[in-house]
Design a protein around this ligand. Sequence first.
Ligand code: HEM
Length: 303
Amino acid sequence: MAPQNILVMPPSAAIFLVVTVRPGGEDGVVDLLADVAGLARSVARRSPEDGLSCVTGVGAQAWDRLYDTPRPLGLHPFHPVAGALHSAPATPGDLLFHVRAQRFDLCFELARQLVLRLSGLGDVVDEVHGFRYFDERDLLGFVDGTENPAGDEATSAVTVGDEDPAYAGGSYVVVQKYLHDLDRWEALTTEEQELAIGRHKLSDIELTDDVKPSNSHVALTTITEADGTERKIIRDNMVFGRPGSGEFGTYFIGYTADPGVIETMLRNMFVGDPPGNHDRILDFSTAVTGGLFFVPPADLLDG
Ligand code: HEM
């Protein structure tokens, strides 16, 4: 079955909508989910070259309420992670809409249409307007997304296959909203920041193994199987913030065929590998939301 539009050109703008479904809203929401692709097509027609797309995800509890088919094998409520110092909370969310385009107005219009259709059926519990920052950097100043796989490797990293035949062509997505303490981060030297991330800041080149610390972000999110193969995910993080309120953030979004891969990364980051050796970026970044969603194949969503 045809997947949804997960693998797209890096967008300039994105809107992330996390929605809860009201009791009694289930049937209307199933109808809406079948219409999302049509709504996106109508808005996208206004400027086809700007690549408007929308990926729809469904959370575990919502799946049981909306559909009478069994849950996809990997779908469960987001597992919160508690390390000794930092935690990744699970927060409410039945649906995720990941709207992307090269123009913010297209994202805004599609989000508006989705919210109109949700009226009386569901509530937006988190809404983030993300934008592309210089050179695809995050607000910590580092290029974000470099190690994303491409081509066939990207497709197989995110697409459910024979391991769950009823949902082949689907995918899973994890989202977390992070807030940064930029004052403290910017008090570090560039060299200290590079040791926290595991890459050089200006050139974006990875530090060599002899200098890359085991608590750097790159070291803790590189997952290697016993046979030496790396487990990759597709990330499309976006920057958001409100300077006047001191809010500076990264909206993390990771797509995977197997949620276990992202769960291992989160355990490494928050609990540490070995335990206690947590990700240095968490000393400057706080996770305030967390959710796991299944991304049904497009045909399945269309009913
Ligand atoms: C790599 C930033 C959260 C998984 C990176 C890189 C940066 C970055 C700058 C290096 C360049 C690149 O390959 O993209 C951030 C920020 C985060 C965040 C600012 C939030 C505060 C996460 C989370 C996960 C994750 C929550 C997964 C659970 C990865 C992976 C890589 C990576 C898999 C590539 C590692 C490699 O193969 O070299 N991130 N990230 N990141 N990040 Fe994150």
